[in-house]
Design a protein around this ligand. Structure first.
Ligand SMILES: [Zn+2]
Length: 78
């Protein structure tokens, strides 16, 4: 089973569909049982959509990193 840390670390790859089949299955399974990561992926998705719509001039890695950091802190407290 994937840990929250792994799930968060792979969040962007998951949305970019850059993960292998089994990785994706693992992610999905984790997301089914973990509300934290589900929330994270959802927010990450929204960020990515905003970026792709060009609402930000510079697609900012920073924003994604920030989000990642916040959730990593949350998941490490559990
Ligand atoms: Zn999790």
């Amino acid at each position: 089973m994937l840990s929250c840390k792994h799930t968060i670390a792979q969040g962007t790859d998951y949305l970019d569909k850059e993960l292998s089949f089994w990785r994706k299955v693992e992610m999905k399974m984790h997301l089914m049982i973990c509300v934290n990561c589900r929330r994270y992926v959802k927010q990450l998705k929204q960020t990515v959509v905003m970026l792709s719509k060009g609402q930000f001039k510079q697609p900012s890695e920073q924003q994604v990193e920030q989000l990642k950091k916040e959730y990593q802190e949350v998941s490490s407290k559990q």
